[in-house]
Design a protein around this ligand. Structure first.
Ligand SMILES: [Ca+2]
Ligand SMILES: [Ca+2]
Ligand SMILES: [Ca+2]
Length: 380
């Protein structure tokens, strides 16, 4: 789709990669009044017997007990939306993150409540979907005094409670062999041409690359002498989106819709001076499904790309680095979040004091009239 919002595009270009995780910055700011009073859940094995009062601010993650649930089976959670003080009306909801994407989705609500405590305890019967992902996940219980349904599982408010419980799902979908869910465990490509027919519909999760759709990560090791690669999702069964990342997670380029195959994506990038590139396959919006990824040597030759031969040394460095290009150069040193730290110009080479920088990895963009290059160094 071509409706990619400019703001989203800007985030994609400007952001480095980040992993999904449960929102834990919301919850109540006060400890009195409306609160989950108790909760019980008997699993296939293991059970949770929780007592809520006195109240706690923020999101509470209760890890003392865990219930094991079988995918495809039904269970009952009993709980008392109540109070640790006075009685004020409110609403409540319970979610279980069945697909383990660290997000409590509207489709994962197993019960809701509204009323004025004390009311009868809530009894939520729920079925664990057969397609749930095996492994440890979370149940979230939110009580929001004065709120209204549907609740945002990440909401911040004054009175109430947010309590997370550990759940273990078994007999569901085993995702342990699904390589490529994140940058640390990519599907490796070691020779070209490469073609894979694959699916993002099961086990993969959103890792916040542009869209909420699940992402599949590839690490392409660039063969010697290959000056560019072309990656294509043409022939896939859904509306795709493709991102190329540097090994540090910074975005090289993106494509939504290729000019040659409609809503599927294609990119071609120079690989001169690059050892490896991450490719992230995802869907537009929440789309996922069967796709075909083809990676071939590109048509951009060494002659097509003006380049420079800049170096940084020593690397790692503690006090100073030298940047050398042999010509008049503008340089900019940034952290991995893209924030510029130092910037300037030099002729031929320069020595830069980095003694005040925090330890970590930094990026240097160097540009001359002959082209630009991205260097990297580690401060220790
Ligand atoms: Ca989820
Ligand atoms: Ca995504
Ligand atoms: Ca597309």
């Amino acid at each position: 789709m071509k409706k990619l919002l400019l703001s989203t595009l800007y985030i994609a270009i400007g952001a480095t990669f980040s992993y999904g995780q449960y929102c834990e910055s919301g919850g109540p700011s006060q400890t009195i009044d409306s609160n989950l009073e108790w909760l019980t859940l008997n699993g296939a094995t293991g059970s949770i017997n929780y007592t809520g009062c006195p109240g706690v601010t923020g999101v509470v993650h209760y890890t003392s007990q865990m219930a094991y649930l079988n995918a495809g089976s039904s269970y009952t959670v009993n709980l008392q939306f109540g109070t640790c003080g006075g009685n004020y009306s409110g609403v409540g909801a319970v979610w279980i993150d069945f697909n383990q994407d660290q997000s409590f989705d509207a489709s994962e609500v197993i019960g809701t409540w509204q009323g004025l405590p004390p009311t009868a305890a809530s009894v939520f019967n729920f079925n664990v979907p057969a397609g749930s992902t095996n492994g440890q996940t979370r149940m979230r219980v939110m009580q929001y005094e004065g709120g209204s349904l549907p609740l945002n599982p990440c909401a911040s408010f004054v009175w109430g409670s947010v309590t997370d419980f550990d759940i273990y799902i078994q007999n569901g979908v085993d995702c342990s062999s699904y390589i490529g869910d994140n940058m640390n465990d990519p599907r490796e490509v070691t020779s070209l041409p490469f073609t894979e027919n694959y699916s993002s519909a099961f086990c993969y999760t959103n890792q916040n690359t542009v869209y909420p759709s699940p992402d599949v990560f590839y690490l392409v090791h660039i063969p010697a002498g290959v000056s560019s690669i072309k990656a294509s999702l043409c022939g896939s069964t859904f509306d795709t989106f493709l991102t190329a990342l540097n090994p540090d997670g910074t975005v090289i380029t993106i494509n939504d819709d290729s000019p040659t195959c409609g809503t599927q994506s294609e990119i071609e990038i120079s690989t001169i001076g690059i050892d490896s590139v991450f490719l992230v396959v995802e869907g537009w919006g929440t789309a996922s499904g069967d796709y075909t990824l083809s990676i071939n040597e590109g048509t951009l030759g060494f002659d097509d790309i003006q380049t420079i031969d800049a170096k940084v040394f020593p690397n790692p460095a503690t006090n100073v680095i030298s940047i050398e290009s042999g010509e008049y150069t503008h340089y900019k040193i940034s952290d991995l979040k893209g924030s510029a730290i130092l910037e300037g110009d030099f002729n031929d080479n320069i020595t830069v004091d980095i003694s005040e920088l925090s330890n970590g990895t930094y990026i240097i963009n160097v540009s001359t009239e002959n082209g630009s290059e991205i260097l990297k160094f580690v401060k220790r």
